[in-house]
Each structure stands twice: as structure tokens, then as C-alpha cells.
Design a protein around this ligand. Structure first.
Ligand code: HSE
Length: 405
């Protein structure tokens, strides 16, 4: 029998207990051992919940119990998760976590401590919830130079953008609805400002290239400026707008970003709607592979944590190597990255197009019958720098959205 402890009895923690209980026989069989939850750590009490029999409030009880071989950290946040996880690994316990803040900030150090102690630090649930993406990146897509990772990595923002696209609603109305449904937090900043997706693409980029990407180096723009009018234009040309976390390798330079991107129906991520996540990976010899599924939520996320626990049981005294060193990966200057831009401008085509084309060169014009005093255009491929230079020469630009493939 293998004893485990679960740190945190919130949404994911209670999910881990539920998944193990629901699928106990299957999980035991796949692990090759009986898995026993010996402790759950939480500061709160849960009267009437059977978890009370194994609930502890003092982490030292878990840390100092040599019978606990695996710790599932599902508390979230960097502190005290970092101290707890580090101490567990140093005590010779394997750790499985869903905590993207912790992994994005301290991943290489915790991987190294696990290696030194011949234990494992697994974090499948930290990106894409229940979607297998970490293990495919580190164990399957190992023959390739990864040229592109494009991810819809945040369920809340994808829900909001999908509703705006399909129902013509404005951002504030849909955000309120998402909050009422419990998808978005009361303080939705981590989701709508792109910070959550930023941690996730930092983890994927670090794993793809084996060096540490500082999430603070990643250009990050959220979805708060996307309007219902933007979607009217997008729909008129068969496009939608998605929040993409992206890493791209161009001529040996690696770019990473989080930003809303306008994509056409040809893009495989176009149909990733609602709270679902999708991640498209391109390798130089593999071509495209796509991962799709539930990127958040209690049971999908817990499913990924429990699959890590199974793997940790199967490799109890064997460190599974994860190539992610603490050497910093220097990202290329985002302003030199190139793409087309969708731009809205005040004025009529007759009055304004020559001014626009003298700044941007040839553009593709989009007009909407209901909007008489503005139009939109799509530029040729240009760098962010060149876009800014050109935009400064045109009066009345309302907004711009980057175009995807
Ligand atoms: N707030 C996140 C989301 C939860 O909406 O995707 C999963 O990390």
C-alpha cells in the first residue's frame, strides 16, 4: 500500500479525494499498488464530511510521517505551497501539483531537488487542466524541434469570447454571467488580463526548449478591450477572436506572448469553444498535433493530478528526467515579431483610405453596413514596431487585433 497526502481541500483537493474514491479499483490496478489517502491538510473544518477522519491542520504531521510517500499539492498560490513542496521533496517524498504559479516560478529548482532525492515532481494539471500536455511534451514530442505552440489556455476567457462571438453580447455582460455561473472569480483579473495564460505558456515554452522562461518577460495582453463591434467585423469575414498563449521559434529566436488573436475558420483552434482549452503544437518533423479538452474544473483537473500520483507510484524510486534547467531562456523582442493586424479606424473609406495606405501600404478593407462612420482594414504582414510606427501616422484608430493564421 502507498500512503499519500493531499494538501488543500478546495475545489481540486476535494476532486482528488473524489476521483480516488470513485475509481479506486482502476487507479490501484494502474498503479500496481493500493493507494491510500492518509491525510488531507486544510486550515478549515468540514463538519459532516468523511474527510474529517483524515483531516490535519499541521503540515509537520505529513512531513514527518515516513509512511507518506507522495504529496499532492493542490492549494494554489506560491506561498506556502513552495515551502511545503520543497520540504516534501527534501524529505524524499514525490510531489504532484496542479499549481501553475508554483511551477512557473520555481519549476527548475523543484525538478532539481526531486532529481537529487531520486523522487519525482510532476505537474500535469498545471496547464490545460485535464488535458494531457505536459507528459506529451516531455515524453512524446522529443524527436522534434518545436516550432510553434499555440494554446487556448484559459477556460474563463474562452467562455467569455465564445459568448461574445456567438450571441453578440458585450464583454461586461458576459463577464457578469461567467461570474454568476462560477467560472470567473469575483476578481477576474488573473483570467481576463491574461496572467493565468501567461504562467501556462511560460511552463510549456520552458519544457519545449529546456530552459527557464521568466513569465514576466512574456508580452501579455488580456481580453478586456475586445468589444461586441470587433466581433461584428470578425463574424463578417468568417473569423473569431481567441486569447492565445503562443511560443514561436523563428530563425532560432523564440517569441512568447499572450494576446487576443483574430483567426479564421481554417485554424484548428477556431472550434475550441466555451470553457474548453485547446493546444496546437507544431514540430519540425512531426507537423501539427492538437490537444483538446476540459482545461479547468474540479474533476478534470483532479483526474490529471491522480494520473500523476499513479505515475509517481509506478516510479517510486526512479526519477523521471524532466529537461528544464534554471538557465534563463532569453526571449526575442516581441516588437520584432511579425503578423498581419486587423485595425478599426474612425471615418469613411472615401475620406480615410489614402491616409491609411500611405502609412500602412496596401490594406484589405472591411466595411459593415450598420457602421457608417468607421471601417476596418487588415494590413500586410509587418512587425509590431512597424505597426506602431504606421499607426502613429493615422488619426482616429479605434483598436487593433493581431491576426493569426
Ligand atoms: N481560471 C482558470 C481557467 C482555471 O479559467 O482556465 C484553470 O487554470
Amino acid at each position: 500500500m502507498i500512503n499519500i497526502a493531499v494538501l488543500g481541500y478546495g475545489t481540486v483537493g476535494s476532486g482528488v479525494v473524489e476521483v480516488i474514491k470513485t475509481n479506486q479499483d482502476i487507479v490501484n490496478k494502474k498503479a500496481g499498488e493500493d493507494i491510500n489517502i492518509k491525510y488531507v491538510l486544510d486550515l478549515r473544518e468540514f463538519p459532516g464530511d468523511p474527510v474529517m477522519d483524515i483531516l490535519v491542520h499541521d503540515y509537520d504531521v505529513i512531513l514527518n510521517d515516513p509512511e507518506v510517500e507522495i504529496v499532492a499539492e493542490v492549494m494554489g498560490g506560491v506561498n506556502p505551497a513552495y515551502q511545503f513542496v520543497k520540504a516534501a521533496l527534501e524529505k524524499g517524498k514525490s510531489v504532484c501539483t496542479s499549481n501553475k504559479e508554483l511551477v512557473a516560478k520555481h519549476g527548475p529548482e523543484l525538478i532539481e531537488i526531486a532529481k537529487k532525492n531520486n523522487r519525482n515532481f510532476f505537474f500535469e494539471a498545471s496547464v490545460g487542466g485535464g488535458i494531457p500536455i505536459i507528459r506529451p511534451l516531455i515524453q512524446c514530442i522529443t524527436a522534434d524541434d518545436v516550432t510553434h505552440i499555440t494554446g487556448i489556455l484559459n477556460g474563463t476567457t474562452n467562455y467569455i469570447l465564445t459568448k461574445m462571438c456567438k450571441e453578440g453580447l458585450d464583454f461586461d455582460t458576459v463577464l457578469k454571467e461567467a461570474q454568476d455561473l462560477g467560472y470567473a472569480e469575483r476578481n477576474p483579473s488573473a483570467d481576463v488580463d491574461g496572467f493565468d495564460a501567461c504562467r501556462k505558456i511560460a511552463i510549456l515554452t520552458s519544457l519545449a526548449y529546456g530552459k527557464h522562461v521568466d513569465f514576466e518577460d512574456i508580452y501579455t495582453e488580456g481580453i478586456t478591450k475586445i468589444t461586441d463591434t470587433d466581433f461584428k467585423y470578425a463574424n463578417s469575414i468568417g473569423c473569431s477572436v481567441k486569447l492565445f498563449g503562443e511560443a514561436t521559434k523563428v530563425d532560432g529566436n523564440i517569441y512568447a506572448s499572450v494576446a487576443p488573436v483574430m483567426i479564421s475558420g481554417d485554424n484548428p483552434l477556431f472550434s475550441v469553444n466555451g470553457v474548453f482549452n485547446g493546444i496546437l503544437v507544431n514540430g519540425n518533423v512531426l507537423g501539427d498535433v492538437m490537444f483538446y479538452g476540459s482545461g479547468a474544473g474540479k474533476l478534470p483537473t483532479a483526474s490529471a493530478v491522480v494520473s500523476d500520483i499513479v505515475d509517481a507510484v509506478k516510479n517510486l524510486n526512479t526519477n523521471i528526467a524532466i529537461e528544464w534547467t534554471d538557465e534563463k531562456l532569453e526571449l526575442a523582442d516581441y516588437k520584432t515579431s511579425e503578423k498581419k493586424f486587423f485595425v478599426r479606424v474612425n471615418g469613411t473609406v472615401a475620406d480615410k483610405l489614402s491616409e491609411v495606405e500611405s502609412a500602412f501600404g496596401k490594406v484589405e478593407v472591411i466595411t459593415l453596413d450598420e457602421l457608417k462612420d468607421e471601417f476596418a482594414f487588415i494590413t500586410e504582414v509587418m512587425s509590431e514596431n512597424k505597426y506602431e510606427e504606421a499607426a502613429a501616422k493615422v488619426d482616429g484608430i479605434v483598436t487593433r487585433i493581431r491576426m493569426g493564421n
